[in-house]
Design a protein around this ligand. Structure first.
Ligand code: ZN
Length: 258
């Protein structure tokens, strides 16, 4: 049995038997893991409140090569994001982010960039929860990119000509970006504003991206939301579960759908 120590972010937990929980975590060193926290449902558990979703932990666990489930030994809270749970709009968004990580990330594959991106998005939510929708867009675009599903934003998928927000950029059925000469009549035109914001995700931190996107029109924000939603839907071959949260125009409360 190997003992591993790593930073970890709790994504979900499930009850197991009478006193235990299964905990799904994204770890910095080993990617997505599922572990058993023995006794964690007892009142005097050594895990305390550490296993609440979206808590950042210093985690110690045992791993056997032949078993998928690791055995959690010790969890020390580095940062609790419990304050976020008070916001009824943020809660379904967090669940959605956790779902996407579980769906997109192969188990036991470390991805330091993914770990840092998610913790940066959580920090952005703590600081500017009013920019929830833009932070979600940033998260979606980056998880698509880091798992290899984001189409090339810089060059045409057909002729590789450089794309820019000065020229017309179109989107084909496969959701690839094309220059005007390669696009067919049915390919949608991406607005200059939406294209510029998509590209901005690659240069800006989530907090700056959200701040800058605030100045974009509601149409542009909806356009980006619909595009990322379709990209993710295409990858998952189903629509994301919390779909209505994506179409809420700025200022309008998001509803959590089933
Ligand atoms: Zn082209």
């Amino acid at each position: 049995m190997a003992l591993t120590e790593t930073e970890a972010l709790v994504l979900r937990t499930y009850n197991l038997a009478e006193a235990d929980k299964i905990v799904v975590c994204l770890t910095r060193n080993s990617g997505l893991i599922r572990g058993v926290a023995r006794g964690s449902r007892k009142i005097k558990s050594r895990f305390g409140a550490a296993l609440e979703p979206f808590t950042l932990l210093h985690l110690t666990y045992y791993e056997k090569e032949t078993q998928e489930l690791v055995s959690l030994q010790h969890a020390e809270i580095l940062k609790s994001h419990f304050g976020l749970f008070r916001d009824p709009q943020v809660l379904p968004a967090l669940a959605y982010m956790g779902d996407l990580v579980v769906e997109f990330s192969p188990p036991h594959q470390s991805n330091d960039k993914l770990f840092r991106m998610i913790t940066a998005c959580l920090e952005a939510l703590v600081q500017t929860p009013q920019h929830l929708q833009s932070i979600l867009r940033y998260f979606e675009i980056w998880i698509l990119r880091l798992e290899g599903f984001l189409p090339d934003l810089r060059s045409c998928a057909e002729c590789q000509a450089a794309l820019s927000s000065e020229k017309t950029v179109q989107v084909n059925r496969e959701l690839e970006l094309l220059c005007r000469s390669c696009a067919q009549g049915i390919d949608e035109v991406l607005s200059k504003g939406a294209y510029a914001r998509l590209c901005a995700t690659q240069k800006e931190t989530p907090i700056i991206f959200a701040e800058q996107t605030r100045n974009a029109s509601p149409q542009i924000q909806t356009e980006i939301a619909e595009l990322t939603n379709r990209m993710i839907g295409r990858v998952l071959e189903r629509r994301p579960r919390i779909q209505p949260a994506f179409y809420s125009a700025p200022g309008r409360p998001a509803t959590s759908g089933k």
